[in-house]
Each structure stands twice: as structure tokens, then as C-alpha cells.
Design a protein around this ligand. Structure first.
Ligand code: GLC
Length: 829
């Protein structure tokens, strides 16, 4: 779907974005600028758009892959190694006269630089440095190509300039460490992988080509100018008992023309450049992978043309600009504005592409794409990339079994699925209670956004035996299933059916291996363990289905779904209310967890927000529950997930209690869950509270970056909680459900602009101090220019649409083909 570009909007008295000791957000360039290389942890960015790509840090550490970091890896990265954040996409520079050498991106040499700057932008990273008048800039990006491009590649564009007063002779050595394409074998089966891989320098292509004899797959590394020398054997390049900080080839200043007959393969090309004062040259490096080696020549020829390189970068920028244009807002808070306009959508797209599979923490070797994770990720991008969401959701419905539950995760290239951690205790339930319900909620969100009701008739096969991962023995998922496909509506009904058929004695969904909290493993098979939170999630799912059924004219279905919601809410209210808040779950003996009578885990955050989101709690209880969460779980970094944490292993809950107090799900601040508190507070009409919660977690407003350590431009998964010695330390940046949910929380609930089946609802819950905001949003092909102004206290909304007053808070769908609608919103009672 192609979206018209919006008009630029005016800023509503924006506050300033504050720098921190390591960098700042450059709003006009839309780049996070890192001003020193030794950040508290590698601050990374993503290259590519969900196909060929990888991660890159502020010193060019990181790696690349094509579609699947485990099964189609291009280059290596050593997680948890010393020194950290190596290897990467490196360029060594060496003065021929003095023999001094350094890393153009600081690593891997870490020699002193006179200046350094890294700029992370949308799909690219640019690192500049200067040492004794030698100025270097490296721009890394993946030019967008067709989805069926047989030979995707990334480019590193090096600009080298002499800013000194005399001539400089510079030797330039590039370095990338190539991986065996099966990254798991590359790590675990050295006896085989290191024997089957070899490299050679192809004179015709002027490229290092790496691969095996038994497969057509080749990786290649080339430059746009003829190299003086090359190396493809890591051990020859580095030399015995040396490291990447002093490789012998660079120290001595001469490439050895090594071809690796086996072992560790690298791409290193050597160039010598003589620069007059003020002169600048450019070298373009290309790194890629293909199953059709004959296509490498076309790629290297293409990017030897500077116009093609420039065009590739331009197309990348246009693609992102179109994506960002789908929603834009100007608010009185500059940090919020910058997150809404740029960093949140950027992060949402990366989470959708790479789920919880590949990041600075997730090694790209294990879990693959998460079903529940990806379903939630679609919520943050559906307004901007609905077609992508439609195909992702269909893919996810394809990992559902006929009984309605789904694989918890699957590998993107092979499609092999698995139940995740549940496989470890095979006698416990192998399904999770929330995966399939997430898919209902995400599919309803897609339909509200697009009105594409024909999607419901699309047929998707159920998961089959051949998608079963042989490593996941002990699962019941794929066994003895008939081959069958179904409509997406049918898949949704199967999902609901699974939950309804798997309820415990109180009528709540059985916990399964876990619900949203992977580590809360209370269901050991007795049939007594039930998830209170999942009951609330079920309520949301059936309410969404009821709204959809209203729209489709399925009156009986709508009633049936509302009945399920009423019954479930009633069940929750009669068995899980603890006096001031809702319990979290029943354990395997039918005893409540998350209640005041417990020693540990007396209160848990998520039932207190989902009692609102699932419309389960009467107003008075909702207020008490939210107030209890605020009182018992609040911290300056956001609310802890639960309190008090377990202090040592507790077989009742298993996983949670494996963490020390304050870590992750055991009393840490789980940013994903914190986002639901923002939604719930806004849903209750409390804009001040919603904004307060939102601000506490806002990455761009983190002032103590040394303590939090993670990138201050994207959400991280968790922050160590008050009971932890590293209280305030953030972990697992980038790939987290916090990305999409925080974006939903701020755009749909605080700013209050949310799609419905009938039109665009505008029901802001902004802080009382805000005079208003303005926004531009694409919705079903029409651009909505929205101005919200506060007329007084209170949250009553009066709408004026194209200068005509309208009752209610929904802007009805305009006539088809309407390009633009202006909406004025006055708030105040
Ligand atoms: C991690 C998982 C996510 C899970 C959450 C809570 O973020 O990726 O699937 O819901 O932890 O356990």
C-alpha cells in the first residue's frame, strides 16, 4: 500500500531533547549521535529490512545474515567474549611512513582517536573518526532490493580524507570474519564445519568467495576498486597468538594473499591510498550471500557504479520515510514527540522482523521467531505496513494446530516449530495459554486498521507433522493430525476453542506451560493451575471478536462472545479478588499466587492492568487494583512486575524463582508489562498517571545512562528492580514487546487515536498540563490531520470534522477516495 506524504506540521511549544554523556538525539537528521566509542555497553542498530541484514554497534561490531541468523549466516560475532563487541565490519588504517595503525571505527584496535562520532539512523549507521589529520567515515547499509533477489548484499562506504597539511600515504585493510552458513555448526561442530569451508580470491570478480564443495551457497566480499592484496585465512592475517587489535598483516603493513583451504575464513582486502592535503577518496566494500554464484558479478559491477550506491541509499531513505509518514505527532514533550515520530516506529519494525531471535543478547542460534511476540509486534506497525502484517499473521496462523494451540516459536527459513522452554519438562503441559489468544487480538487489530474483512476468508493450513522440530521430542503438538487448512476466521475459532476447552475448576484458562510470563510455570498437570491474567486476556480477545462480529452482522456470534466475556469476568471476580487487588494465578494445587497471604509474590502487576484492558473489573475494583499496583510496585524506573520476589528456587513456580530477587520476571521492571499500566491508566481516563508511567520508561529521557547501560533510544526488555544490587541496570535492548505496546500506549491511548470498525476514534487521555497536541495519521487510505486543544479540565471530547461538529468521539469513515480529513478536537468538561 502506498501512502501519500503528509504535510509538515507545526510544533506545539516543544521542550528540548537533553544530551547525556555519551550522546544525543539529532532530531533534524533523525539520527542518534554517539559521541564517544566506550559506551557502557555496545549501542546497536539494525541494518536491512527483515531479509538480508544484521546488527551493528557504535564501533561497527556485529554480524550479518540472510533471512535467518541461524540457518543462513554470513558473518560471525562472539557473544559474551573479551574484549566485548567483536568481531564486526572493520577497517584498519595504517600510516605507511610511521607504521601507526588504528581502527576507523575505534574497534578492534581501540587506539586513541582525535575525534569520533557514530550516527545510528533508520537502517544505516555512519561512523566517523579522525587521527592526525586522517579523517574517515564509514557508512553501512543494505540497499533495498526485490524480495526474490538471488544475491543480496550490504555496502560499507568508506570515505577517507587528508585534513593535514602534507601528503599522507594510507594503507587500508578491511576485515570481516565469515561464518559457516549454519551458524550453529559454526559454533558447535568445528570438526566438520572448519573442514568443509574454504575461500579463494576470484580474479575475475575481484572478490573473496567462500563456500563449500557440496552446496552452491557462497559468501563474497569485494570492493569497488582493485585491491593491492588480500587475505582470506584468519590465522594468516592475524598471526599466531595475536588478536584483532594487532594482526600481523596490519602491523607489518603487507597483505599475504592467503586463501583459506579450510578453517576460519575472512574477507580482507588491502588498498594503498596517497592523499594530497584536502583530498578525499572513497572505497565501497560489498558483502553478500547467494545460492547462484553466477549472480555475484552483476552485484559487484552494480556497486562499482557510484550512482547505484547513491541510489541504493536514497531508496532506503524513501522506504523509511514512507513508513514513518503513516503517523506523526507534535506534543509539548520533545522526548515523547521524538519517540512517537521516529524511535518507537523504528524499533517496532525491528522487533517485527527479528522477534526475539537476534540482537546484542539474542544470539540468532536458538529460539527463532516467537509466535506471541510477533503477534504483539504487529500491533505497533499495522497502521504503517498493513500488507506486511497480513502476511506475518498468516504465517503465524500457519503454526497453529487443529486443536487451536500454536507452536510457541519457529525458524523463519525452515519453518520448523517448537514449544520453546516447555520442551524441557516434557511431562508438563506443552502448550502455552496465551500464544493463540494473542493471534486473535492481533488479527482483530489488523481488521480494525484496514477494513480488509476478506482476509477472514483467506485459507491457511494448520501446522503439520513435517514442521515439527525433531529436537522438540516430548511434544504432543503435531502428532496424528490430519492435513487440513482453514479460513482465518476458522483459525480464530480454533484458538478460542482451545482456551474454552482447557479451563480449570474456577472456569479460568489453565495455565499451560506458562502464560505471557514464560517463567511462571505453575501448571504441572494436575488440572488445577489456572491463569487469572489469561482469563483477562481471554476477555479482551472475545470482546474484540464481538466487535468484529457486530461489524460483520454475525449477531449470534457477537452475543456468544459477550457471554464468554461476562462468564469469565464473573469467574475472575468471584475467585481471584484479594480485597485490594487481583491474584495472579492458581498453582498446581489450586492455591492462589499473587495474594497478600503469600510470603513471596504477594502482588503482580499484570492482572491489575488487564482487569481494565479486558473490561473485567467493576470501576471501584479497577481503581483499587491500579492504586495497589502503584503503591506496592512503583519505582522511579517504572513498575516492578511483582513483589516481593522469590529468594531461591521454588518448585511451585519454577522459572521465576531461578532468578535472583529483582531480576527479570522475579521482581524486575519488565518494560513490556509496564506498557500495559500505561494503557490501563489511560483507559481509565487518568491521563496524568498514564503519562507519568510512560515518561518513567521513556528511553530518550533516561538521564543515568551509566547505570542503565543500554541504548537510550530504544526500549529494553527489563531493568533490574529494587531488590537487585544492580537496580536500574537495563538489559536486552531492542527486541521486546515493550516496543509495540509502548507505541500503542502512547499513540492509541494517551494521544487516544485508535482505529475502530466504524472509523477513527479520538479519545485523548493527555496529561492535564498539556494544552494539546497535533497529529497526522493515515487510516484506510485517508490522511487525518488532527489538532487537539484543551479547553478546560476533564476529558470530554468534542469533535469538529472538516468544520462540522460531530457527536461522539469517532470520526466516521469518509467517502471512498477522500484524500484528507481535518479534525479539531476540544477536550474539557
Ligand atoms: C520475554 C519473551 C516474551 C515473554 C516475556 C515475559 O520477553 O520474549 O515472549 O512474554 O519474556 O516472560
Amino acid at each position: 500500500m502506498s501512502l501519500p506524504a503528509p504535510r509538515p506540521r507545526e510544533t506545539v511549544g516543544a521542550s528540548r531533547l537533553a544530551p547525556n554523556p555519551y550522546g544525543y538525539y539529532d532530531q533534524s537528521a533523525r539520527e542518534y549521535v554517539i559521541t564517544r566509542p566506550d559506551t557502557p555497553s555496545p549501542w546497536i542498530n539494525y541494518l536491512g529490512q527483515g531479509r538480508y541484514g544484521g546488527i551493528i554497534s557504535n564501533t561497527a561490531g556485529g554480524f550479518s545474515f540472510d533471512r535467518d541468523p541461524r540457518d543462513r549466516r554470513v558473518s560471525r560475532y562472539r557473544y559474551n567474549s573479551l574484549p566485548p563487541d567483536q568481531p564486526g565490519r572493520y577497517v584498519y588504517l595504517r600510516r605507511k611512513d610511521t607504521g601507526e595503525y588504528w581502527g576507523a571505527t575505534w574497534q578492534p584496535v581501540r587506539a586513541r582517536l582525535d575525534s569520533y562520532e557514530c550516527r545510528h539512523g533508520a537502517g544505516y549507521t555512519k561512523i566517523t573518526s579522525e587521527r592526525q589529520g586522517t579523517w574517515a567515515e564509514l557508512l553501512y547499509f543494505v540497499p533495498p532490493t526485490a524480495a526474490d533477489d538471488p544475491c543480496p548484499a550490504e555496502l560499507w562506504v568508506l570515505r577517507l580524507a587528508n585534513r593535514a597539511g602534507s601528503t599522507q600515504e594510507i594503507q587500508v585493510f578491511s576485515y570481516v570474519e565469515l561464518s559457516f552458513t549454519d551458524a550453529s555448526s559454526d559454533l558447535h561442530n568445528l570438526d566438520w564445519s572448519q573442514h568443509v569451508v574454504s575461500s579463494h580470491y576470484d580474479e575475475g570478480l575481484q572478490a573473496i568467495v567462500t563456500g563449500t564443495k557440496f552446496s552452491p551457497t557462497k559468501q563474497f566480499f569485494a570492493a569497488d576498486r582493485l585491491p593491492l592484496g588480500y587475505d582470506s585465512d584468519r590465522e594468516v592475517f592475524v598471526g599466531p597468538y595475536r588478536g584483532l587489535e594487532d594482526p600481523v598483516v596490519v602491523v607489518e603493513g603487507s597483505a599475504k594473499q592467503s586463501e583459506a583451504p579450510r578453517g576460519n575464513n575472512i574477507g580482507s582486502l588491502c588498498h594503498e591510498i596517497c592523499l594530497q592535503p584536502g583530498e578525499e577518496v572513497r572505497i565501497v566494500y560489498m558483502l553478500g550471500i547467494t545460492d547462484e554464484p553466477a549472480s555475484i558479478g552483476a552485484v559487484t559491477r552494480r556497486y562499482r557504479d557510484p550512482a547505484e550506491v547513491a541510489h541504493g541509499f536514497e531508496v532506503l531513505g524513501e522506504d523509511w520515510a514512507e513508513y514513518f509518514a503513516a503517523f506523526s505527532a507534535e506534543t509539548p514533550d520533545a522526548d515523547t514527540t521524538a519517540m512517537v515520530k521516529f524511535w518507537s516506529p523504528l524499533q517496532c519494525r525491528s522487533t517485527l522482523h527479528w522477534s526475539r531471535f537476534v540482537s546484542g543478547y539474542e544470539t540468532g542460534l536458538g529460539r527463532g521467531i516467537g509466535t506471541r511476540d510477533t503477534a504483539q509486534d504487529t500491533l505497533g506497525i499495522v497502521h504503517a505496513a498493513p500488507d506486511e502484517v497480513a502476511s506475518r499473521l498468516a504465517r503465524l496462523w500457519g503454526v497453529q494446530f487443529e486443536d487451536g494451540h500454536t507452536w510457541h516459536q519457529f525458524l523463519p527459513l525452515s519453518g520448523k516449530g517448537g514449544p520453546g522452554l516447555a520442551a524441557e519438562p516434557p511431562s508438563w503441559p506443552q502448550s502455552l495459554s496465551d500464544d493463540h489468544l494473542r493471534l486473535i487480538i492481533a488479527t482483530c487489530a489488523y481488521l480494525k486498521e484496514t477494513g480488509d474483512y476478506d482476509y477472514l476468508a483467506r485459507r491457511v493450513p494448520y501446522a503439520q507433522l513435517d514442521t515439527v522440530d525433531p529436537r522438540s521430542d516430548g511434544t504432543d503438538g503435531g502428532k496424528a493430525r490430519r492435513e487440513r487448512d482453514d479460513t482465518i476466521w476458522g483459525h480464530m475459532m480454533a484458538a478460542l476453542g482451545f482456551t474454552l476447552a482447557n479451563r480449570g475448576p474456577h472456569g479460568l484458562p489453565r495455565s499451560g506451560f506458562s502464560d505471557w510470563d514464560d517463567t511462571l510455570n505453575v501448571d504441572h498437570g494436575s488440572g488445577l493451575a489456572e491463569s487469572v491474567w489469561c482469563a483477562m486476556q481471554l476477555c479482551r480477545a472475545v470482546l474484540d471478536l464481538a466487535e468484529l462480529s457486530d461489524r460483520l452482522g454475525r449477531i449470534e456470534d457477537a452475543e456468544r462472545f459477550r457471554d464468554v466475556q461476562r462468564e469469565t469476568a464473573q469467574a475472575v471476580n468471584s475467585c481471584a479478588w484479594d480485597g485490594s487487588w487481583y491474584a495472579r494465578c492458581f498453582d498446581d494445587e489450586g492455591k492462589l499466587i499473587g495474594v497478600s497471604s503469600e510470603l513471596h509474590h504477594r502482588i503482580n502487576l499484570i492482572p491489575q492492568s488487564w482487569c481494565v484492558i479486558g473490561e473485567v473489573a467493576p470501576r471501584e475494583r479497577a481503581e483499587l487494583a491500579m492504586a495497589a499496583a502503584h503503591e506496592h510496585l512503583g519505582t522511579p524506573y517504572g513498575p516492578s512486575l511483582m513483589w516481593p520476589p522469590y529468594d531461591g528456587g521454588d518448585p511451585r513456580v519454577n522459572g521465576t524463582s531461578t532468578f535472583p530477587p529483582g531480576a527479570k520476571e522475579n521482581g524486575g521492571i519488565f518494560c513490556h508489562a509496564a506498557a500495559w499500566s500505561v494503557v490501563a491508566a489511560a483507559q481509565m481516563g487518568d491521563g496524568d498517571r498514564a503519562y507519568e508511567y510512560y515518561r518513567r520508561l521513556l528511553p530518550l529521557s533516561r538521564s543515568d545512562v551509566e547505570r542503565s547501560a543500554v541504548e537510550p533510544y530504544v526500549y529494553c526488555q527489563n531493568i533490574c528492580g529494587p531488590a537487585h544490587p544492580s537496580y536500574g541496570l537495563g538489559r536486552n535492548a531492542w527486541l521486546t514487546g515493550a516496543a509495540s505496546w509502548m507505541y500503542v500506549a502512547v499513540t492509541q491511548w494517551i494521544l487516544g487515536i485508535r482505529p475502530t470498525h466504524e472509523g477513527l476514534r479520538i479519545a485523548p487521555a493527555i496529561p492535564s498540563a498539556w494544552p494539546g497536541y497535533s497529529a497526522t495519521r493515515m487510516f484506510r487510505g485517508t490522511r487525518y490531520d488532527i489538532t487537539v486543544s484543551r479547553q478546560g479540565p476533564g476529558s470530554r471530547v468534542s469533535l469538529t470534522v472538516d468544520n462540522l461538529p460531530v457527536s461522539g468521539d469517532v470520526v466516521a469513515l469518509p467517502l471512498p477516495g477522500t484524500a484528507q480529513v481535518s479534525v479539531q478536537v476540544a477536550i474539557g468538561d
